[in-house]
Each structure stands twice: as C-alpha cells, then as structure tokens.
Design a protein around this ligand. Structure first.
Ligand code: HGY
Ligand code: MN
Ligand code: MN
Length: 418
C-alpha cells in the first residue's frame, strides 16, 4: 500500500510537454488552415483516441472503456477504495475545430499525472482522467452525449441508436472504431470533477485575466425544423402562389436574430445549418431543414424564447402555406457549479499568483453533466480574440500552462480530502 505524499506547493507541470502533446494530437484530423476535424466516432476520432489511450498507458493509468465509448484512465491513490477525483473533457471536434477545445482538458489532466509521476507523489484519493464520447454533438445530437449517458441522463439503448447527420448509427460506429467498451456504465463514480477548458469567448482575453473560475453555465435549446413547401418554376410561378421553403428558412434565421435583439441580456441564437431541396437556382425549394441553437443563463427567458419561436413558426406556416414541424435535438437547463470547488479553484489560482475572475460558460461542457452526480466546476483559460469552433482558435502557451498548473493543485487539494 503506497503512502500518501503531499508535494510542495512549488510543484508545477511541464508546459513544453503539454504543448507537444497538444500539437501531436492536433496533427490527427489536421485541416489545411491549422485547424482540426475529428468528428465523433470518425476514423480520425479513432486515431485520436488510440493516441490518447497510448499516453494513458505509458503514464501507468489503468484504462477502462464503457459501453458508450467514454474512456477513463485511473491513477491509484493511497486510499484505494476512496472515490476518485476526476478530470477530463473531450477529444472530438466540430468540422472547423481548433486544437484546444476539449483537448486541453484531457491532455492537461494527463500532464498533471505526468508531473505527479515525475515528483513521485501519491495522492490520498485516486485520480481519473477521462474523455467523453461525442461532446460536440455536431455529428450525433445532443451534445455532451457521452457524459450525459455516463450520469444516467440518457439510457444506453437510445444513445446507441442515435442517428448521425450523415445517417450512420452511433452504436455501429462505436463498434466499427473498436470503442464499444465493456466496463460498467456510470463507473467510476467521482468524488468531484474539475474540467480545464478554453473559454471560447472574449471575456478573459479582453480583460487580460489568466484564469476563469467558472461558476455557472447557460441553458441550451437545439431544434431541427423541417419545412415542406412546393417546388415550382422560379420564373413562371406568381409570387402569391409560391410555397417557398427556402424563403421560410431565411425568415426563421432572421426572426432568431431579431428575437435576440428584442430580448437583449444573455439571449443568444443562431441558425447554423440549412439544407434545401432540390437546392437548384431555378427551382422554388420544396423542402428546407434547418437547426436553431438558442441559449440563455435564465431558464424562464430560454422558455420564453422557445415559445416566441414556436408562435412565429405557426404564423409563418399559415401565411406561406407550408407545413412546419420541429424536433428537439438537445435541451439542457442552466447549471450552477459547486461553490466549494469554485472557491478551491479561486484559492489555488491566487496562491499560484495568477489573475482570475468568476465567470459563466457560454458553451456546453461535460462538467455540466458530471455536476448532476458530484460537485463539479471548471477552469477557463483565455481564447485569443474569443475565437473558437474555428481553425484560428488560439491560446497563449503561458495560459495553457497556467490552466494546467491550477488544475494540478486543485486536483491535489480535492484528492487530499476525506
Ligand atoms: O455546443 C456547445 O456548446 C459545445 O461546444 N458542445
Ligand atoms: Mn469543448
Ligand atoms: Mn466545442
């Protein structure tokens, strides 16, 4: 039985080793403009998974894979039966992804393990570094699908039956890439969860602050809207006789923008995906399929935004003589993180001498799902110009290192507790 050893507060991670791993992972699915494309359960996602699992094993972690493809690397603690402190994030990306979204949280966790191994430190509680399946939801909706299933928010059967935007079935893709694991779903149960992530917004960068102690995260509403009109000749059909699905899709995008202007505050909204059929210059579109992403920190306001959109769709269908149907792709209420964990992050950042501030997450994260089953919070580092979900996504090396150092000492603090 290895004895617990407490490292000096001078212990730091190796920033160069962290950046080297981030670069090596970014090379998998690299896009020509310096970005990254590893859509969930694609061949590139598999290659990324294989690389990270290899690093986990090199670092002496015991690796387990659950039936939805979530991967957990466990480092023993002196209190073998104690619930572990968990960290992690995701390594799947959007199609126009950058190199840090998600990857920093997973490789930052591995860097913490490497630093503890180098220092010969044994924590009281075991540590677990995880990456969760399909956090982005860009190929298989909803987002955070793997961590949602891990915490019991989505049953395994419907999760495996999820159909991708390209028609593939999640469970079949999981088998195909060899990540349909056998470990018990929901295990390991964490004592606490901390996720390191880039902010993906402009706040820290504008204010010149290094660390964000994230205390809450806004609610998310994703809908797919199907419009059925009537294809007809673009030249001969009088305007009053048109049932133009293409026009209706554009009208919805316009409405969403106006809605955010009227509601002001934290309401955000976007139409990110529009497919027209037959998508030809001289044919009035018969069908349109589009997505609407609405978010707000206030659940009542998010419900009001959804109701306003629903009323607009009814009126549009009537006026334009089209059929409009909607399907919810994701709906998560706003989340408040654990004040104790947030305070620990703040105290660690102060002790290490980093500037910091409390903040809200505009993006969804695996931590919001883990917060359903254990105390959880997040550490943000700045995104240069607030850019993310874009190949230009960037964070200064010093900030990557600062975030991983705060993660190291936050995990040490939490893992030393009874
Ligand atoms: O959509 C999100 O907020 C996250 O990137 N999945
Ligand atoms: Mn992310
Ligand atoms: Mn993302």
């Amino acid at each position: 039985m290895t004895k617990e050893s407490r490292p000096s507060s001078a212990l730091r991670i190796d920033g160069q080793r962290l950046v080297a791993r981030l670069e090596e992972l970014a090379a998998i699915g690299a896009t020509e403009n310096g970005g990254c494309c590893r859509l969930a359960l694609s061949d590139d996602d598999r290659r990324g998974r294989d690389l990270v699992v290899g690093w986990m094993r090199e670092l002496g972690l015991a690796v387990s894979i659950d039936p939805i493809g979530n991967v957990f690397g466990r480092r023993a603690g002196s209190a073998a039966d104690a619930e572990p402190v968990m960290t992690g994030s995701h390594i799947d990306t959007v199609r126009t992804g950058g190199r840090y979204d998600g990857n920093l949280g997973v490789l930052g966790g591995l860097e913490v393990v490497a630093a503890l191994n180098d220092a010969g430190v044994t924590t009281r509680r075991p540590l677990v570094v995880a990456f969760f399946t399909d956090e982005e939801g860009a190929r298989f909706a909803p987002d955070m699908l793997g961590s949602l299933t891990h915490v019991g928010g989505l049953a395994l059967a419907p999760a495996l039956a999820t159909v991708a935007i390209d028609g593939k079935v999640l469970g079949e893709e999981l088998e195909r890439i060899g990540y349909a694991g056998k470990s018990a779903l929901g295990e390991p149960r964490a004592h606490a969860f901390v996720e390191l992530h880039i902010e993906q917004g402009p706040v820290l960068d504008i204010e010149g602050v290094s660390i964000g102690a994230v205390e809450n995260l806004q609610g998310i509403s994703w809908q797919e809207i199907e419009i059925v009109g009537q294809s007809n000749h673009a030249g001969t059909t009088p305007m009053r006789l048109r049932h133009d699905a293409g026009y209706c899709a554009a009208a919805i995008a316009h409405f969403v923008r106006d809605l955010t202007r009227e509601m002001k505050g934290d309401q955000v909204g976007t139409v990110g995906k529009i497919d027209l059929y037959p998508n030809l210059i001289n044919v009035i579109a018969a069908r349109a399929t589009l997505t609407v992403d609405l978010r707000n920190t206030d659940e009542k306001l998010l419900l009001a935004a959804e109701a306003r959109l629903a009323a607009f769709l009814l009126q549009l269908a009537r006026v334009e003589g089209v059929e409009i149907s909607t399907r919810s792709l994701a709906r998560f209420e706003p989340v408040s993180f654990d004040q104790g964990v947030v305070a620990t992050i703040e105290a660690v950042a102060a002790r290490l001498g980093y500037s910091q501030r409390r903040m809200t997450s505009g993006a969804g994260h695996d931590a919001q799902m883990l917060s359903r089953v254990c105390p959880a919070a997040m550490i943000f580092v700045p995104s240069i110009k607030g850019i993310s979900h874009n190949p230009a996504e960037d964070t200064a090396a010093a900030d990557l290192e600062a975030g991983a150092n705060v993660l190291l000492h936050t995990l040490l603090e939490l893992a030393s507790r009874e």
